[in-house]
Write a new protein. Structure first.
Lengths: 478, 254
């Protein structure tokens, strides 16, 4: 009986691993200027955007793939990827959502209908492979002047805004994967909060990879004008496959004077099977800028999925007295590898930042924190505090910390602290003798360890994230 | 580094105690510490000297210990680089690193310290600390404390700070009649005190303006002392005193 339970636990499955059987249209495999033009044409884009893409593509061709990360990266054949896949629209009813898609998102717990869920109202932009299926609550939000729609729609309806802000935080030549994304990006979310508006509901994007042999290249742009507030959440899943799939996203956030943006991610891409076969390569560039004084940007991330994670949500603190935080829990199990962290670039006077990173490695996984805290000459009285803890479960995994602290300012203060430890026998024994099984005990200890970060998540996510932590670590205790 | 997986731990081991001086300014040392041995290294870099200190320590025998202490005081246009790799290759080893220093003038200080714990080096205890004070606008400090850990039963931590002398402490002392320059000297001394060399007097006396001391002890080996830079003796206190005076005009509390 007890053995059955443990067996059940250790074979914990990735429950989002199903495939939706829906008719899809693809563009041919491969990557060249014609493909870039084809994507742009499919999306009926204006000339300036096509030129932006082509420019990025040419830059990308001249760039080498970076290898500085502490990752065992498989060679990616960029010619063996389909760069655009979209579910076919019903010609008779082009406005309606395919019931199969609605069912898929329902199964994933993402409501595409505008109904109140228990925890409150959440507006969702649901992206399926390369296109946005729908964006809910658009009208309600529009009454307040908030624009929340898919990136493609934003290009058509608000070209002036997109053009003003696109690639201002992450230039197309920023890095290899950002350049690739700038050339072939398909869909993502666009969000604009006007001056002084407090967004009345959580905004959320949900990314789903479905088609085989494709890559997903999302592009998200969030602009919070003076004195506004928004809380934004992002979630993602993919089917279980033996082959690896590429996900290279770019997220840009612009925070104007006194605005406040909270960005949360629960990343649950398919991590590959227990032998390290398959899984998503998650190579993401996320960056925000606190442009005006008193701006505030907060990153919270829970990283449990992906075969490889390469992700450094960063903030440029340009405005005086602006502030930013980075809270992260990264879990790796089996053959997963994660190289994640943040950059805090302090330029303005009296800027503050705080980094709390909790890494958990199990199985034969490798989990690295990589960060940069930079105090520019003008960052008088700036302050940073970083804490990076690693927890090791099992003797075959690795936990690494690679922080860089750079200071050019005599009145700035930077503190960095990191520890590495394992779950002690004493802690486990304490739980066991009180009738808590080993798996459950590990779950308890891990949740306690990650609490500081989990408590920062919006309500809807916090519950899911806690469950996810447990699932991700199943089978890691001998 | 670079490609994920841990490399075979014994490929990179250099001949034991191979100590080379490439030039007067750079010093590259490889130490191999065997079972039961303890290695102690102390470095002092004084104003006016640019230095590259490159130390590789391999703890190859169970229970080996290594302790590194370094201090720097840089007031001019010096470039001081520390590159320390502490490689735990055997179980039950212990290591500590403490590097504190003060950068003024246009000094550029770079600290790059790595603790590597090999897959079978269980029961490792490794600690690393790097604290820096930046006194002037033009001084630059960059610190990279790194941990690469491939074993689970370990206690490892590192800490790094870059900051300034605490104005509250200064106020406390001045309000009790201690002149500003003296108070500053005291503050700097207390900041550096954890890394001030503990070497026997004659060792310190025979050392040059900058100083390096290595002690190795074990039951099997008698203790051995080597100083790398001969020259005139120095007095740390007076050095800090003149240092704090020369910099006090720059660092008036804002």
């Amino acid at each position: 009986m007890a053995e059955d339970i443990i067996q059940q636990f250790t074979s914990g499955e990735y429950k989002e691993g199903f495939v939706t059987d829906v008719e899809q249209e693809f563009i041919p495999k491969g990557l060249n200027e014609d493909i870039v033009r084809l994507i742009s044409k499919r999306k009926e884009e204006p000339q300036w955007l096509l030129e932006f893409r082509l420019d990025a593509f040419r830059k990308w061709q001249a760039m080498p793939q970076p290898d500085w990360a502490h990752l065992d990266m498989p060679e990616i054949d960029f010619q063996d990827i389909i760069y655009y896949a979209a579910p076919k629209k019903d010609k008779d009813r082009p406005k309606e959502i395919d019931p199969k898609l609605a069912e898929t998102f329902d199964k994933l717990g993402i409501p595409l209908h505008e109904r109140e869920v228990l925890a409150g109202v959440v507006a969702v932009d649901a992206v399926f492979d390369s296109v946005s299926v729908t964006t809910t609550f658009r009208k309600t939000l529009a009454e307040k002047g908030i624009i929340f729609c898919s990136f493609s729609e934003a290009v058509k309806e608000h070209p002036e805004l997109v053009r003003k802000y696109l690639a201002t935080v992450v230039p197309s030549s920023d890095n290899f994967f950002a350049a690739l994304n700038s050339a072939v990006f398909s869909d993502g979310s666009f969000c604009y909060i006007p001056k002084g508006v407090r967004c009345p509901m959580e905004l959320s994007s949900y990314f789903r990879i479905n088609a085989r042999g494709t890559g997903q290249f999302e592009r998200t742009l969030i602009v919070a004008d003076e004195g506004s507030y928004v809380s934004y959440m992002e979630g993602c899943t993919a089917p279980m496959r033996d082959e690896q799939q590429l996900h290279a996203a770019v997220v840009e956030i612009i925070v104007e004077k006194d605005a406040d943006v909270k960005y949360s991610t629960v990343q649950n891409w398919y991590p590959g099977d227990a032998d390290g076969k398959g899984g998503i390569l998650n190579l993401v560039t996320k960056r925000g800028i606190c442009k005006g004084s008193g701006a505030h940007l907060s990153w919270t991330q829970v990283e449990t999925g992906s075969a490889i994670t390469w992700k450094y949500p960063s903030t440029i603190l340009k405005g005086d007295f602006s502030a930013s935080e980075f809270y992260s829990v990264a879990v790796t199990n089996n053959h997963q590898q994660a190289d994640t962290g943040t950059k805090m670039i302090h330029l303005g006077r009296g800027t503050r930042s705080r980094i709390v990173s909790k890494g958990i490695s199990a199985g034969v996984s490798q989990n690295s924190y990589r960060g940069l805290v930079q105090m520019g000459k003008s960052a008088a009285n700036a302050r940073n505090y970083s804490q990076c803890d690693s927890l090791l479960i099992g003797s075959r995994c690795g936990a690494h910390t690679f922080p860089v602290v750079r200071s050019q300012c005599p009145s700035a203060t930077v503190e960095h602290e990191a520890t590495t430890s394992k779950i002690s026998e004493d802690q486990l024994f304490y739980c066991n003798q009180r009738g808590i099984g080993p798996e459950e005990a590990v779950g308890l200890i891990v949740n306690g360890y990650a609490r500081e970060v989990l408590s920062r998540l919006p309500m809807e996510f916090a519950v899911e994230a806690q469950k996810l932590l447990q699932v991700s670590l199943e089978g890691s205790v001998g | 580094m670079g490609h994920g997986k841990y490399l075979d731990p014994f490929v990179a081991v250099a001949p034991q105690d191979d100590k080379r001086c490439h030039s007067e300014r750079s010093e590259e040392s490889l130490y191999r510490v065997r079972a039961g041995e303890t290695l102690e290294l102390e470095y002092v870099v004084l104003p006016g000297e640019s230095r590259d200190i490159d130390v590789n320590i391999d703890l190859v025998g169970p229970g080996a210990e290594a302790h590194v202490k370094a201090l720097y005081l840089s007031t001019g246009a010096e470039k001081v680089n520390f590159h320390i790799v502490m490689h735990h290759r055997a179980p039950g080893c212990r290591s500590t690193q403490k590097i504190n220093g003060i950068a003024g003038g246009r000094a550029q200080v770079h600290f790059d310290g790595t603790i590597v714990v090999a897959p079978d080096a269980q029961q490792t205890e490794a600690y690393q600390e790097n604290h820096n004070i930046v006194l002037t606008e033009d001084a630059r400090v960059e610190t990279r404390p790194q941990l690469e850990i491939y074993a689970d039963d370990v206690k490892c931590s590192h800490g790094a700070t870059v900051g300034q002398l605490n104005p509250d402490e200064l106020f406390y002392m001045r309000s009790r009649g201690i002149p500003e320059a003296e108070a500053r000297t005291l503050q700097m001394l207390s900041f550096l005190s954890p890394v001030i060399p503990q070497g026997r007097e004659q060792e310190v006396e025979t050392a040059g303006s900058s100083y390096c001391c290595c002690r190795r002890s074990s039951s099997a080996f008698s203790s051995r002392v080597s100083s790398s830079v001969p020259g005139a003796p120095y007095k740390l206190c007076s050095c800090i005193g003149s240092f704090s005076r020369s910099n006090s005009s720059h660092s008036s509390m804002s």
